[in-house]
Write a protein that binds this ligand. Structure first.
Ligand code: ATP
Ligand code: MG
Length: 354
């Protein structure tokens, strides 16, 4: 069996703290299941690196990463480095160069975690368009007069880009036996770009007769995320709407400490990247109390992407066992366990299962 090569980028703040636990989980799986052939190389590209070298990563970083089967990413962000540097010089180049045009974010209420809005099961995914949309560098300060300044920020919605996101959402629904795709729109107010979004999503949907398409305006959809989160199966959204919905979805099912994501290049032409939804959490960095579950779950998504759905399932079952037992809980879950205690508890559960 071929070996999977993984590039590990722990990043800043709590990134390295939670990454350590995720890598230990993967090392354990490798030990318990010799059919898992996986190798890691760690890269220290981060804000620290920027402060030393004046750039977030070396010139040939993307060429280096291209040789890997997947990238496991922690978090990036440091108050000594402007946000637009960390985002536009590290995350965006990786997402763009490797055509990771889908950001997949599971919104799943794990066993042992309660939702304050519903007693029902919540289990859906957000398919966020990850390459264009509202997050573009097109625009600028157009005019600066005496008492007037004008900035224009262009939203780039392309028919092909939208179709690709929609197709991924419908294919995902089909593959996972889901009946409905929900599209986030605002074509009543954003009348040019969002109308094209609606058209493209509708056209793709017509090719999937067995799957129902519903479209909600983003404001109403945000409210439904809270009032009836159990109703959703697959939600497809533009870059900005998907970003906001992801954090909202995450809060509904227990917070950022429990929320993973995958930046996917669905064709598999380039490496995909797996990372928690949360950032570097400077407020708790260095204290050893961050919840490593989002990072460990991101590693599970990576294993699933690499064809090891079985091992991803073992990780998820172990996480849920620990959450149900409630003996080891990090502060975000209401307990006082440390990051490494949580990591150990999950590894103990894995050891019992395998
Ligand atoms: P960044 O600029 O890197 O995105 P941020 O402050 O905007 O950082 P997060 O890092 O996502 O955003 O943190 C938001 C809040 O959630 C913080 O209060 C943080 O402590 C908390 N948080 C984030 N991740 C975790 C985690 N894994 N465990 C516990 N708390 C977390
Ligand atoms: Mg943030």
């Amino acid at each position: 069996m071929t070996s999977h090569r993984i590039a590990v980028l722990p990043g800043d703040g709590i990134g390295p703290e939670v990454m350590k636990e995720a890598v230990k989980v993967l090392e354990l799986l490798k030990k318990l299941d010799p059919s898992l052939k996986i190798e890691f190389d760690t890269f220290d590209w981060s804000s620290e690196y920027y402060l030393r070298h004046g750039k977030m990563m070396p010139e040939d970083a993307l060429d280096t990463l291209k040789e890997y089967d997947a990238i496991l990413f922690g978090a990036i962000g440091d108050k000594r480095v402007p946000d637009d540097v960390t985002v536009w010089e590290l995350i965006m180049p990786i997402r763009k160069k490797f055509k990771q045009y889908i950001n997949l974010r599971p919104v799943k209420l794990l066993k042992g975690v309660s939702c304050r809005f519903t007693d029902e099961d919540i289990d859906f995914v957000i398919v966020r368009e990850n390459a264009e949309g509202e997050y573009s560098n097109s625009g600028g300060r157009l005019y600066q007069g005496l008492d007037q300044e004008i900035a224009v920020q262009n939203t780039i919605i392309t028919r092909t880009g939208t179709e690709k996101a929609a197709r991924f959402a419908f294919e995902y629904a089909k593959k996972h036996g889901k009946g409905t795709v929900t599209s986030a729109t605002k074509s009543n107010a954003i009348i040019h770009s969002m109308k094209l979004w609606d058209e493209a999503v509708r056209e793709v949907g017509q090719k999937f007769q067995a799957i129902n398409l519903q479209s909600y305006y983003i404001d109403a959809l945000a409210a439904y995320f809270v009032s009836k989160p159990e109703e959703f199966e697959v939600v497809v959204a533009s870059n900005l709407f998907g970003d906001i919905l992801s954090d909202l979805g995450s809060a509904v099912v227990g917070g950022l400490g429990l929320s993973p994501s995958a930046n996917l290049n669905p064709e598999g032409e380039f490496p995909s990247m797996f990372e928690p939804v949360h950032g570097s959490a400077p407020d708790i960095a260095g204290k050893g109390i961050a919840n490593p579950i989002a990072q460990i779950w991101s590693a599970a998504l990576m294993l699933e992407h690499l064809g090891r759905k079985d091992l991803a399932a073992v990780i998820m079952e172990s996480i849920e066992q620990v959450l149900v037992q409630k003996e080891v809980q990090t502060p975000d879950l209401g307990g006082n366990a440390t990051t490494s205690e949580m990591g150990s508890a999950i590894r103990d559960a894995i050891q019992q299962l395998l």
